[in-house]
Write a protein that binds this ligand. Structure first.
Ligand code: NAD
Length: 385
């Protein structure tokens, strides 16, 4: 079948198998070029198929020589209905194939990472194939979570009062104003259930209970802080409350499992185009400005550059700030970057976004996420989906 992109708002409903493999191959090549460091050897990545989780899996596999197990929730293809699989499904298949070829163990699980069944299945696999894991990376970004017979959803809203600011309308590249509404207390609590630390803690607890995690193991989860104009929607918004819970969970985990010498970190990552971040109001405009300014200053990184720097430099050095965060947003938050963005933010309009922001860079990353727009992939070719 010939696979073309079908973009609807901030999502693409098709994915290209060869293009996704190309994206994985490029990330692997990047890490191979960095050499190897001493690091974890048996790594479980929860949320391993796209964005930061996939890049983490590639970074530890190729940067530290680690065997990996991955958990993700992806859609299989349906050739009869001419429906491609999701990008994460193709990414995972490509990663497994390439890792195995390179002599690295890789096993993946597709299903709901929140569920007890998935935890049991993965822990059984760790016990039978590895004995124990020595690192757990938690990179799940989910819109909802089912607990028993109840499903709760996360929302991207403010807390306190509504917030109006400019945003980039991805349907037509226009700068418009958007007012983000206030989350109710119930919505905040649900967002914490989905994106906070409860499930991360459950994974670690279950792993220790089953004796499937080494003493002295390391676990990492991801957060975002960002500059002031994104605070009402991110850091101080409903998602920020969940991230606060995630941070508190890191402290609680280290305390609870201090006898097992567990180290739990939150890495604050850079704002990047991923399937999750494209859905957040105001953030796409901010990202297009960040890309422009950071590229101009020679500081731009994608997911794989960020994760290679995390697992090969900052984490081995245990480089944390005063609150214990690993700051992978160090370059994004530099004064030279933020003062330029703040200056441009005031004057950005539909007419000048082409010069002020990196719209092309935004869309390139967007299409690349689904395996499109790689110059060395022949998109006119029939492919097996
Ligand atoms: P993403 O959408 O690219 O990846 C999400 C992953 O979670 C995928 O592998 C997906 O399959 C998996 N997943 C979703 N629901 C699941 C479920 N029920 N069970 C199992 N797996 C499930 O997102 P991302 O942007 O890479 O986000 C990963 C983490 O990084 C999140 O904690 C996010 O908040 C954080 N982060 C993102 C950014 C950014 O700009 N994108 C910046 C800083 C921090």
């Amino acid at each position: 079948m010939i696979v073309e992109p079908k973009v609807k708002g901030f999502i693409c409903t098709t994915a290209h198998p060869k293009g996704c493999a190309e994206s994985v191959r490029r990330q692997i090549d990047y890490v191979k070029g960095k050499g190897r460091v001493n690091g974890p050897k048996k790594v479980l990545v929860i949320g391993s198929s796209t964005g930061y989780g996939l890049a983490s899996r590639i970074a530890v596999a190729y940067g530290c020589g680690a065997d990996t197990m991955g958990v993700a929730f992806e859609k299989e293809s349906n050739p009869e209905k001419k429906r491609t699989a999701s990008a994460g499904w193709y990414n995972t298949a490509a990663f497994e194939e390439m890792a195995k070829k390179d002599g690295l163990y890789a096993r993946s699980f597709n299903g709901d990472g929140f569920s007890d069944e998935m935890k049991k299945q993965v822990i059984d696999a760790i016990k039978s194939d590895w004995g124990k894991a020595d690192m757990v990376i938690y990179s799940m970004a989910a819109p909802r979570r089912t607990i028993g017979d109840k499903t709760v959803s996360s929302v991207l809203k403010t807390t306190g009062e509504p917030y109006t600011n400019r945003t980039l309308d991805l349907r037509n590249n226009e700068i418009t104003e958007v007012t983000v509404p206030v989350a109710t207390e119930e919505e905040i609590q649900n967002t914490i259930k989905v994106m906070g630390g409860e499930d991360w803690e459950a994974w670690i607890r279950e792993l220790f209970l089953a004796d499937a995690l080494e003493d002295g193991a390391v676990t990492v989860a991801y957060s975002y802080i960002g500059p002031i104009m994104t605070h009402p929607i991110y850091k101080d918004g409903s998602i920020g409350q969940a991230k606060k819970h995630l941070y508190e969970t890191s402290k609680r985990l280290a305390e609870t499992f201090s006898d097992r010498k567990l180290e739990a970190f939150i890495s604050v990552n850079k704002a990047l185009v991923t399937q999750s971040s494209a859905a957040i109001p105001i953030v796409p405009l901010y990202i297009s400005l960040v890309y422009k300014v950071m590229k101009e200053q020679g500081l731009h990184e994608g997911c794989i550059e960020q994760m290679a720097r995390l697992f090969m430099e900052k984490l081995p050095a245990r480089e944390v700030d005063g609150e214990g965060y690993i700051r992978m947003d160090d370059w994004e938050m530099r004064k030279s970057v933020q003062s330029e963005i703040a200056r441009v933010w005031e004057s950005v309009s539909t007419e000048n976004i082409g010069e002020c922001g990196d719209i092309d860079g935004y869309w390139d990353d967007f299409y690349h996420m689904f395996g499109f727009r790689y110059e060395n992939v022949d998109y006119s070719e029939d492919v097996e989906i």
